[in-house]
Ligand binder design. Structure first.
Ligand code: FES
Length: 317
């Protein structure tokens, strides 16, 4: 955990708050990978994940962009309404789940709304290293498009698609990626509908799955427990403990019920902080962070959301 001080609050666009943080003791910060995020620990006891949007070479500050969610349970609402310059915030060290692929010859970014934040730090890296890139920035209107001033400096590499400038329509995703070249990788961060469209059209355009990269900020609504959900046993190999996970609880919740407290953060399958190695048994993956190959390999699972296909799952705890 790192104690930070809020050194600047800035309205970046309608409904988007820019937050600049520096170490409370003035120390240098841990460098981060472009596209990385941090956990911000809030007074409600939960942690929220926010991407870093500044230049990854900066070690004196972290910059975040926070969109005010209409369904906020306290995270973005607290930051927008209660946070003040000079306040303290506790954060985690940066983690990268959405990095630039070293295998890519060039990069195409598709950002939806606040999804611009991780992509902005990736763009800064590309500019610094003279790697070819393009951005399609999809927003409802330019008034709610954060960082437009900063992006303007990148000239024709940036294409803004504002719905209210095309008769309220959303951009045609197929057009945005139909000319992706061999060796070019596509990165998308934004609402689920945008990411689903990029995945769908990307595959239709013949873009290899490993060249399509996604970062989710929110999970789909939790599945309602129905008759298809079933109980299974999870065995903690190191602790020699067996727990029955009932149909209406997660593995994490069942362990907490037994007094076991493994690390976690988002509890939604988004952040990878609860990842545990699988020693035997078959996993039904429900997270958003493991790649298809990693899920197929069955070597680890996110215990906050994933379940077992087998009757028993032995995990490395
Ligand atoms: S706690 Fe975030 S993935 Fe499980």
């Amino acid at each position: 955990m790192i104690q930070m001080k809020v050194t600047q609050l800035k309205r970046e666009a309608e409904g988007i708050l820019g937050i600049e943080l520096q170490a409370a003791d003035g120390a240098m910060l841990v460098p981060f990978e472009p596209g990385a995020h941090i956990d911000v620990h809030l007074p409600d006891g939960l942690a929220r994940q926010y991407s870093l949007c500044n230049d990854a070479v900066e070690t004196d500050r972290y910059r975040l962009g926070v969109s005010l969610s209409t369904t906020s349970l306290g995270g973005s609402r607290y930051l927008h309404t209660s946070l003040r310059e000079g306040d303290s915030l506790t954060i985690s060290e940066p983690r990268s789940l959405f990095g630039l692929s070293p295998a890519a010859a060039s990069h195409r970014f598709i950002a939806g709304g606040i999804g611009i934040t991780p992509i902005l730090s990736m763009i800064r890296w590309c500019v610094r290293h003279s790697v070819p890139w393009h951005l399609h920035y999809c927003v409802r209107s330019r008034t709610c498009a954060a960082y437009l001033d900063e992006l303007r400096a990148f000239g024709d590499n940036v294409h803004v698609h504002a719905n209210d400038e095309i008769a309220g329509r959303i951009p045609d995703i197929q057009t945005l990626i139909s000319d992706v070249k061999a060796g070019e990788h596509v990165y998308c961060c934004g609402p689920d509908g945008l990411m689903d469209a990029v995945l769908h059209h990307g595959r239709q355009c013949g873009i290899p799955r490993e060249s399509l990269h996604f970062e989710r900020f929110t999970a789909s609504p939790p599945r309602i427990a129905d008759n298809s959900e079933r109980a299974f046993t999870v065995v903690l190999a190191k602790q020699g403990l067996r727990c029955v996970v009932s149909p209406n609880e997660s593995i994490l919740e069942s362990l907490e019920r037994q007094g076991v407290c493994p690390p976690f953060s988002c509890r939604e399958g988004l952040c990878r902080s609860c990842e545990v190695e699988v020693l035997s048994g078959e996993v039904e993956h429900r997270d958003y962070v493991l790649s298809e190959d990693e899920q197929m390999a069955n070597r680890s699972l996110m215990i906050c959301v994933s379940r077992a296909k087998s009757d028993e799952l032995v995990i490395d705890l």
